[in-house]
Design a protein around this ligand. Structure first.
Ligand SMILES: *[C@@H]1O[C@H](CO)[C@@H](O)[C@H](O)[C@H]1NC(C)=O
Ligand SMILES: *[C@@H]1O[C@H](CO)[C@@H](O)[C@H](O)[C@H]1NC(C)=O
Ligand SMILES: *[C@@H]1O[C@H](CO)[C@@H](O)[C@H](O)[C@H]1NC(C)=O
Ligand SMILES: *[C@@H]1O[C@H](CO)[C@@H](O)[C@H](O)[C@H]1NC(C)=O
Length: 309
């Protein structure tokens, strides 16, 4: 009983102190067959996924093994879900969790988009496993931009094969020279050509990765925000944790903080912020982080209560 109470307390501290959750410390984990993830990276990812002892991942696709085109990825991943997309670039390991997987449009040349609030309730977040924070870290995406844009096999979304999160974005299949933007229609032949940026104000504390200081962006892949990944891997989570994350869906939406420049996606069509779009969402971030903190505490209390009963 005492042990449980202490464990519960530790979980509270852990969740409340910065969304850096790491609960599996005492267990042996074996990375799945064929993965590029080291044992410690895999363990870190499992911790962020918050699964239980039976949670397992299966490696579906790796650029170095299965080919580097968007079609190669789609062939291997299909409609698998939930999925984790992992990007490795030099010492950096990061990516996104997409509970609904990649939902392709019926039209091969078309595109699909879905948000994680209205269209398809789902869970979507960024993470870093190495190179950016002292430990594996989850980065929630603000509710209004919690959305996925996916091109058909021969289509494009703002010059990319897919874009995760409009404003806290990760996109691949991007031609670096022409960049990412609503007017861009050409995608890169190689899926490893990616773009990534997250406003510093929307990150947990402790970021030590590369950034564009004048514009206030963390650049997980380094470079100018455009980079060529060493490896992209897609894994499937074998146990359903396909729940909308309570902290973000219940977080209060900021009003009037940055109305002129913050992208405000609606359900009427895809909105892709070009990589050069700028804004200072500090106020919104404060509200969001407040929401996160409270949400984290509620989750932690639930876990504790469960543990004590
Ligand atoms: C992993 O691959 C090895 C060799 O191909 C095989 O013997 C083993 O059963 C596989 N393990 C799992 C968990 O699939
Ligand atoms: C793990 O979680 C899954 C899904 O929530 C549940 O079905 C399963 O029973 C859990 N397993 C254990 C050992 O708690
Ligand atoms: C990109 O998509 C647009 C429609 O969204 C289409 O008009 C254009 O032809 C596509 N370009 C390529 C190269 O597929
Ligand atoms: C920061 O980003 C802006 C916008 O993309 C760019 O114009 C500027 O050159 C970048 N600064 C550095 C130091 O890379």
């Amino acid at each position: 009983m005492l042990v449980r109470a202490v464990a519960g307390l530790l979980i509270v501290l852990c969740v409340v102190e910065g969304q850096q959750v790491h609960l599996r410390g005492l267990q042996e984990v074996t990375p799945p067959n064929g993965t590029s993830l080291s044992a410690s990276e895999y363990e870190g990812l499992l911790g962020l996924l918050g699964g239980n002892d039976t949670t397992e991942l299966t490696s579906l696709y790796r650029t170095s093994v299965h080919g580097t085109t968007y079609g190669d990825l789609l062939d291997r991943v299909g409609d698998a879900k939930p999925i984790v997309l992992v990007i490795r670039k030099d010492k950096y390991v990061f990516g996104v969790f997409i509970s609904k997987g990649l939902l392709l449009p019926d039209d091969r040349t078309g595109s699909n988009f879905y948000d994680c609030q209205n269209t398809y309730p789902c869970d979507l977040w960024h993470f870093s496993l190495a190179g950016h924070f002292p430990k594996p870290t989850k980065i929630e995406i603000r509710p209004v931009i919690k959305r996925v844009e996916v091109a058909g096999r021969e289509g494009n979304v703002s010059g990319a094969n897919f874009i995760i999160g409009t404003y806290q974005l990760l996109a691949c299949g991007v031609v670096a020279e022409s960049g990412l933007g609503p007017r861009n229609k050409r995608t890169a032949a190689d899926i490893r050509s990616c773009a990534q940026r997250i406003p510093m104000s929307l990150l947990p504390e402790g970021y030590t990765g590369e950034k564009n200081s004048s514009w206030g962006y963390a650049l997980f892949g380094g470079g100018s925000g455009y980079f060529t990944a060493d490896e992209i891997e897609v894994l499937q989570v074998r146990e359903s944790i396909d729940q909308p994350s309570p902290p973000m869906t219940t977080a209060p939406e900021p009003v009037d903080s940055t109305p002129t420049i913050t992208p405000q996606p609606t359900t009427t069509g895809p909105i892709s912020a070009p990589l050069t779009t700028t804004s200072d969402p500090a106020e919104s971030a404060a509200v969001c982080q407040g929401g996160l903190r409270w949400g984290g505490m509620v989750v932690a209390m639930l876990i504790c209560t469960g543990g004590l009963l």
